[in-house]
Design a protein around this ligand. Structure first.
Ligand code: RB5
Length: 156
């Protein structure tokens, strides 16, 4: 799989560990930043990573900030993105299974890097449900997006 990853200054240590983990699992990673010692505004990184995923340049995306909240709010402004704030393995699995999330967002000040790694492994391995009700609900979200973002194309 091709994975995009991004973080603000709160998560760069986690990012290094996670990029390495993705490599050992055979995934290709596009790292959109940030870097050690550099204060980074989370909306800028989140949008960059989200546009990468929305444009089909990656299959799924990973975002980190202190709480995971800021990056999830920002990423969800990009058309086609379903960014899920997850806090354990179960929420990571259900974000894929029920919500067809295409980005996982995690709080680097709340979860250690190993916990994030386990959540990502779950997220990457779980397919979207085949059940009609979950497709219907995700389509309802897409319809809301279409109505509210008419003419607004964030894809690059
Ligand atoms: C940065 O200090 C912090 O606000 C950020 O990482 C994140 O938690 C925002 O949601």
């Amino acid at each position: 799989m091709h994975i995009t990853i991004g973080t603000d200054h709160a998560g760069y240590k986690h990012k290094d560990y996670l990029v390495q983990l993705m490599g050992t699992l055979g995934h290709t990673v596009s790292d959109v930043g940030g870097c050690q010692g550099q204060s980074t505004d989370y909306p800028l990184i989140a949008i960059k990573a989200a546009q990468h995923v929305a444009a089909g340049k990656a299959d799924l995306g990973i975002l980190l900030c202190g709480t995971g909240i800021g990056v999830s709010i920002a990423a969800n402004k990009v058309k086609g993105i379903r960014a899920a704030l997850c806090w354990n393995r179960e929420t990571a699995l259900l974000a894929r299974k029920h919500n067809n999330a295409n980005m996982i967002c995690m709080g680097a000040r709340l979860l250690d890097e190993k916990a994030c790694g386990e959540m990502i492994k779950a997220f990457l391995s779980e397919p979207f449900s085949k059940q009609e009700r979950h497709h219907r609900r995700v389509n309802q979200i897409s319809n809301i997006e279409e109505r509210n973002c008419a003419g607004d194309d964030h894809k690059q």
